[in-house]
Design a protein around this ligand. Structure first.
Ligand SMILES: NC(=O)c1ccc[n+]([C@@H]2O[C@H](COP(=O)([O-])OP(=O)(O)OC[C@H]3O[C@@H](n4cnc5c(N)ncnc54)[C@H](O)[C@@H]3O)[C@@H](O)[C@H]2O)c1
Length: 325
């Protein structure tokens, strides 16, 4: 099959695209910036944060090849960045609207990336959070609110136009193609760099308990959904895609320290506005409907991620190696 992947230069997009190629499928990437990790598929450059006219497979100024499925991953993906610049949430919603319009006009099934952020702050004593948990009124941040609005819009497109879609709520995906701190600061790599340099690292919220998902598990779940959506056996559903266990940020720091054989120096600060401090996913639905079974726990995932980063850095020109460790 041929897949159109938006946000294909990002972490999940790059991993998904390479997974698809490895399994004999074709990928058309679309992003506002080139892919810095691989040149194994084409990236069409387009800013999706403006409303583009859609005519067949023409989206604004670009003509796309017809595809069997659209996987919409493009977004401003940092929660805190949109607390500081809430207009970015509107841009996220515009990106989804463009993708849904393309899907509607071409009659193509679509997958949307949502987030565990839509659950906001769920009660700690409530156990793992199922997809049925109440979400309206729970948004802790503009990022979360935009994800929720996107989910609502997808449902509206199904209601009005019969558009087949699936939504995946990701949770703290980490691993390969994610260690470029110049572009996007993610906690695993911020901690790794601080520990390697013997500098103190800051944990915002000592009690914060989050569900970290190794990227191969996330891609596996995504792919299982794509196959069923394109095959016509599943549509109009929302899935939690996570590991299904909670870990503290201090645990993450300790695991990284173990791999690097260096004691982390941890400074505790209160959580920042807009941050969720508890989330463990109930992944029963994904298990039952997709046959999804995450394989990589946090200890193993940290090992794999750091080993990969070491390998990647070593292959870069000497002046750039420090950027990726
Ligand atoms: N990685 C996670 O932990 C996580 C968790 C929950 C949800 N998600 C969601 O999954 C999706 C993919 O996440 P990711 O981790 O790969 O993020 P990422 O930032 O690595 O990739 C997102 C891509 O979208 C592109 N993009 C941003 N604005 C654009 C625009 N205006 N036009 C075209 N492209 C644009 C970026 O250039 C980037 O390559 C996002 O929708 C994100 O919100 C990710």
């Amino acid at each position: 099959m041929r897949l159109l992947i938006t946000g294909s230069s990002g972490q999940i997009g790059t991993n998904l695209a390479l997974h698809c190629l490895a399994n004999g499928h074709e990928v058309v990437g679309l992003d506002r910036r080139p892919n810095t990790w691989t040149d194994r598929f084409e990236t069409i450059l387009l800013d999706l944060a403006v409303a583009h006219p859609v005519q067949g497979w023409c989206l604004g100024a670009v003509t796309l090849p017809p595809c069997d499925v659209i996987v919409h991953l493009a977004a401003h993906a940092k929660v805190h960045a949109l607390v500081e610049r809430p207009l970015g949430a509107l841009e996220n919603h515009l990106m989804v609207t463009n993708a849904l319009e393309l899907a509607r006009v071409t009659g193509t099934p679509i997958v949307l990336a949502s987030s565990r952020e839509v659950y906001g702050q769920q009660p700690r004593d409530g156990g793992p959070v199922p997809e049925s948990a109440a979400v309206f009124g729970a948004s802790p941040s503009p990022y979360a609110a935009a994800k929720l609005a996107s989910e609502a819009l997808a449902a509206a497109y199904r209601g009005c136009y019969g558009l087949p879609y699936l939504i995946f709520r990701f949770s703290n995906v980490y691993g390969r193609y994610d260690n470029d701190l110049r572009r996007l600061e993610r906690v695993l790599w911020i901690f790794t760099r601080a520990i390697r340099r013997g500098e103190p690292l800051t944990v915002y919220g000592a009690e914060k308990l989050l569900d970290f998902t190794y990227v191969d598990d996330a891609v596996d779940g995504l792919w299982r959904g794509i196959e069923r959506l394109v095959g016509g056996t599943l549509a109009g559903e929302t899935f939690n895609l996570a590991y299904g266990a909670g870990n503290r940020l201090t645990t993450l720091a300790t695991l990284i320290g173990t791999v690097l054989e260096q004691e982390p120096r941890i400074r505790i600060e209160p959580s920042r506005p807009g941050e969720v401090t508890y989330y463990v996913a109930d992944i029963t639905r994904a298990r039952q409907r997709l046959g999804y079974e995450p394989r990589v726990n946090l200890r193993e995932g940290v090992h794999r991620a750091l080993a990969w980063a070491q390998h990647w850095a070593a292959a870069q020109p000497p002046a750039e190696q420090e950027d990726y460790r």
